[in-house]
Design a protein around this ligand. Structure first.
Ligand SMILES: C[S@@+](CC[C@H](N)C(=O)[O-])C[C@H]1O[C@@H](n2cnc3c(N)ncnc32)[C@H](O)[C@@H]1O
Length: 260
């Protein structure tokens, strides 16, 4: 939704925004341990156009003053808010937004070709219920969304960083779990999936030992594969390699119902 249509201030699709020091930035070039490496690759003309804003208002570059995002104001109605972190090509998020036109969807991605592809795919949506940001979740999620705002958060097939010396790069760390807990509503849900046995064990370690989350299926148990999760390119690759895919579902605990 554009600012003229009651959106959340001067979003500037395709534009440049000057941010104050320390504010959230959609410039993903930050220092420190990251859960990703830049692998820009070649942008197709369609992806480049999408990233330049040709597909309209679905690419958000919020000005710092407009954060955190007031989704109700931005989308123009009250609805459950869903977030996918690392939405890749948008295969899941666009399908989910299409199937749930009454809900709001936000996708974060740092890989520009993937983001361009997702934007292009999102152009088919009939409803104005999805926005995408070029944003490192570890860097920008805290400022992007208010606490207690998410009905659902999805982290599907996060980069596995299999080498031990790279485990510190894994997105799902105890501090990040705590951040996710803060952003979820009291009755929110956190959906995880991975095809890496070792990252599955890591996820269990992080979330089963967290006082903030409860495994919805019982301690240490996998969740059934959600029927609405499409098989993405990454899952296909995992299957080709003979990997077992694990789904997990966590519920935030100890949240006040006022945030629900
Ligand atoms: C293995 S891919 C999976 C993509 C998608 N979820 C799927 O299942 O097809 C992981 C994605 O997470 C993105 N990613 C990694 N770290 C991220 C971060 N800190 N914030 C946002 N996206 C991130 C990567 O760029 C990559 O596209």
């Amino acid at each position: 939704m554009s600012a003229e249509r009651g959106g959340c201030g001067p979003w500037t699709p395709g534009g440049q925004v000057v941010l104050a020091e320390g504010e959230v930035t959609t410039d993903v070039a930050r220092r420190g341990v990251r859960s990703w490496v830049r692998r820009e690759g070649r942008l197709t003309p369609g992806q480049a156009r999408a990233l330049e804003g040709a597909d309209g208002h679905r690419l958000l570059r919020p000005a710092a003053a407009d954060l955190p995002l007031d989704a109700t104001r931005h989308f123009g109605r009250v609805a459950p808010l869903h977030l996918e972190i690392g939405c890749g090509n948008g295969d899941f998020l666009v399908a989910r937004a299409e199937a749930n036109p009454g809900d709001h969807f936000v996708g974060l991605e740092v890989h520009r070709p993937g983001l361009g592809h997702a934007l292009h795919a999102a152009a088919r949506l009939a409803r104005d219920n999805l926005v995408l940001l070029e944003l490192d979740a570890a860097e920008g999620l805290d400022r992007l969304l208010p606490d207690d705002s998410l009905t659902a958060c999805y982290v599907f097939f996060p980069d596995p960083w299999p080498k031990k010396r790279h485990h510190k790069r894994r997105l799902l760390q105890p501090a990040f779990a705590r951040l996710l807990w803060r952003k979820l509503r009291a009755q929110g849900r956190l959906f995880l999936a991975t095809d890496w046995t070792d990252y599955h064990a890591w996820m269990l370690e992080v979330f089963e030992n967290s006082p903030d989350f409860l495994n919805a299926l019982g301690p240490g148990r996998d969740a059934p594969r959600p029927a609405w999760r499409p098989v993405t390119r990454f899952e296909q690759r995992g299957r080709r390699l003979g990997h077992t895919v694990h789904d997990l579902l966590y519920l935030p605990v100890g949240k006040s119902v006022a945030g629900a």
